[in-house]
Design a protein around this ligand. Structure first.
Ligand SMILES: NC(=O)c1ccc[n+]([C@@H]2O[C@H](COP(=O)([O-])OP(=O)(O)OC[C@H]3O[C@@H](n4cnc5c(N)ncnc54)[C@H](O)[C@@H]3O)[C@@H](O)[C@H]2O)c1
Length: 251
């Protein structure tokens, strides 16, 4: 079992879905957790869940597409908990499901501002903090199977944004490996969260039919992967993006 006692973990998009589940899981394994999100009520709920279980957490309202707020988030993490050991860049939006010619300019900006620039702004601050501390660190970027396979017409912005997250993960792994900083990713398949529910129009049968395991994953499936990737057990893993997808990418 992974033990994160004494470690400080930052999770963006931790007010909901797999970010919330993962933040709670890190705290259950001893980490002090900084919960970041634009959703204040959900962020407070995550902190309350952690504290109710005897853990330690704080919330910082952060829009990951705003570089000043992202810098303030890492500063607040260090001011509150003393350091940063693991950062999970998980916040993202699905954006509209629309053919390319029909996209509104504001939607194009929003998907790339949050899903791509949000990860760049996050990594920039997290890496700077790791370098300052001088004893390594782990970044986990949440991509998607759709970053590898464009399956659904209308998914162009989201799929492209997640391909960018995969490339950014590999590039950062290359650049910072010499500092014992590991940069890894998770490519979730369909996971039962508010985001997936918002995009599902039937009872889930269509999605399940695309998954060799014929089931939809849970936030716990992602949390387990994140715990392992962040742990010393994965010390030789960097630049890898782990599909947690019920086999979606197997064909
Ligand atoms: N659910 C799935 O099936 C699935 C599949 C593949 C990848 N993903 C990815 O998993 C991650 C988590 O998604 P989820 O399914 O838990 O969704 P979710 O919608 O439940 O959670 C996303 C969280 O991100 C927050 N967020 C959105 N924009 C933000 C911003 N600008 N700044 C800060 N926080 C912001 C939201 O408030 C929300 O709390 C995302 O990166 C998503 O793309 C999800």
């Amino acid at each position: 079992m992974s033990d994160f006692t004494g470690k400080v973990v930052l999770v963006t998009g931790a007010a909901s879905g797999m970010g919330q589940t993962t933040a709670v899981a890190f705290a259950r394994h001893g980490a002090r957790v900084m919960v970041a999100d634009v959703n204040e009520a959900g962020g407070a709920e995550t902190v309350a869940r952690i504290q109710a279980a005897g853990g330690t957490a704080a919330f910082q309202r952060t829009n990951v597409s705003n570089p000043e707020q992202v810098a303030a988030l890492v500063e607040a993490t260090v001011a509150t908990f003393g350091r940063l050991d693991v950062a999970m860049n998980n916040a993202a939006i699905l954006g509209p499901w629309t053919a390319i010619a029909d996209h509104a300019t504001a939607d194009i900006h929003a998907v790339f501002d949050i899903n791509v620039k949000g990860v760049v702004f996050g990594m920039r601050q997290q890496l700077a903090q790791f370098l300052k501390q001088g004893d390594g660190g782990v970044i986990i970027n949440v991509a998607s199977v759709q970053g590898y396979r464009v399956v659904f017409p209308g998914s162009s912005l989201y799929a492209a944004s997640k391909s960018a997250v995969i490339a950014l993960t590999k590039a950062a792994a290359l650049e910072y490996g010499a500092h014992n900083i590991r940069v890894v990713g998770i490519a979730p398949g369909p996971i039962d969260t508010p985001m997936l529910r918002s995009a599902t129009t039937d009872d889930g049968s269509m999605i399940k039919s695309l998954v060799p395991l014929h089931t939809i994953g849970t936030g716990d499936d992602i949390a387990e992967a994140a715990l392992w990737l962040a742990s010393p057990a994965a010390r030789y893993v960097t630049g890898a993006v782990l599909p947690v997808d019920g086999g979606f990418l197997a064909p």
